[in-house]
Design a protein around this ligand. Structure first.
Ligand SMILES: Cc1ncc(COP(=O)(O)O)c(C=O)c1O
Length: 392
């Protein structure tokens, strides 16, 4: 189908200064990976998110894989994960040996809360994944309080929530692990791929460089001949007698150089997305057929602009927006328990009525940062027209 307005997987354009940073790194960064830009990017992320160990990685999925490894699951351990999230919030934890238990979302906030995970937490729960989906920061204080009481680890999947503040603290700064994404679709992107892992515990953080980079480490003994026995050593990162197979999840210097610049712009991008979202939502106040999550504060960065259709006509709405108006709306976050991958792996059962109901009635509008105001006005006018038609 030909669209006038696509649901773009590219979120934003780059400024001249950002392009120059890329060119400078292309010409002069040496080496092109694991260099000064990575160190500066990690230090800046630490300052921005607040007081944790930050590690740049090739994408958020790699960060989730590392977090899952560092949870140190034993046989029988369970991990509670929202059924309504992106797939890589979940499968790394199954790969690392945990049994997935699906948690429901709050019907209005569209993320998990302490209440929605309460009945899924048992003595077997080793970890809980909280996804700040759509760019809304979940109620972290209550969840962290519950984690303390029940002694489970918390992984914040803040892939969609860079720059989101939850009660005075950044999303990603609460949990034992915080995960960020700089994928093409996110509010800032390091040329398509990129991510970061925030780690609270100092000893676990010390394992990440080796885990991220093939288990590379130094030969310990002082050497007279620097090339003997070889240029570098390889060993298992380990802690308390537990060893980990390593990975290569590194991010390049060009991406880090760009990330450094983009961190200066994320608050401005988030602010613009939020203002536009609120304007869009308010302009549809006379259409109760569409239920938005309206949050006019830094608690939401409106990475995505999603709504629930309350008239039971979701598919007809999207069909008309696509067919008549040439606007590509989509539905997102198929409950993970419905995917063949999770069903085959034995995680096909879920008791998540709010997630099912939201997904079955939701629509996600094109909402990338580089949309023109005239595009947004056209989406708004078309939405009003189609909703009126559907009343007839
Ligand atoms: C909630 C969530 N978690 C994880 C990811 C994975 O991010 P990446 O593409 O950087 O691996 C995404 C990406 O869409 C996401 O939306």
């Amino acid at each position: 189908m030909e669209f006038k307005i696509h649901f773009s997987a590219r979120a934003h354009t780059y400024t001249k200064e950002e392009e120059d940073a890329v060119l400078e790194a292309m010409r002069n960064a040496n080496p092109l990976t694991q260099g000064q830009n990575l160190h500066e990017f990690e230090a800046k992320l630490c300052r921005y998110i607040g007081g944790r160990h930050a590690f740049g990685v090739c994408n958020a999925t790699a960060a989730l894989e590392l977090a899952a490894q560092l949870c140190c699951f034993d046989k029988g351990d369970e991990v509670v994960i929202p059924s309504h999230t992106f797939t890589s919030s979940a499968y790394p934890f199954a790969k690392s040996g945990a049994r997935i238990v699906w948690a429901d979302i709050d019907p209005h906030k569209r993320v998990v809360t302490a209440q929605t995970i309460a009945d899924k937490v048992t003595s077997k729960t080793k970890a809980v994944v909280v996804a700040h989906l759509y760019g809304y920061g979940a109620d972290m204080a209550e969840i962290m309080e519950m984690a303390k009481r029940h002694n489970f680890l918390v992984i914040e999947d803040a892939a969609q929530a860079l720059g989101v503040e939850v009660e005075g603290k950044m999303a990603g700064a609460y949990g034992d692990f915080g995960v960020l994404s700089f994928h093409s679709h996110k509010n800032i992107s390091t040329l398509g791929e990129g991510g970061a892992l925030m780690v609270r515990d100092k000893e676990l953080a010390a394992l990440v460089p080796g885990l991220r980079h093939n288990g590379h480490c130094s030969f310990l003994a002082k050497r007279n001949d620097y090339w003997i026995p070889a240029m570098g050593n390889v060993d298992f990162p380990q802690i308390n007698g537990r060893v980990f197979w390593p990975n290569n999840y590194c991010i390049g210097e060009v991406e880090c150089a760009l990330g450094l610049k983009l961190l200066d712009r994320i608050n401005v991008i988030n602010q613009k997305k939020r203002e536009r979202a609120i304007r869009f939502i308010d302009a549809l106040a006379d259409f109760p057929e569409l239920e938005f999550h309206r949050v006019p504060s830094s608690r939401h960065n409106y990475h995505l602009l999603a709504a629930k259709l309350t008239n039971g006509k979701r598919d007809e709405f999207i069909r008309r927006m696509a067919g008549d108006k040439k606007i590509q709306c989509v539905v997102q976050y198929y409950p993970l328990n419905r995917y063949p991958l999770y069903q085959t792996a034995g995680f096909g059962d879920a008791d998540c009525p709010n997630a099912d109901n939201f997904f079955d009635n939701m629509v996600s509008f094109p909402f990338h940062h580089s949309l023109l105001d005239s595009d947004l006005d056209y989406i708004l006018q078309s939405t009003q027209d189609v909703l009126k038609e559907l009343r007839a």
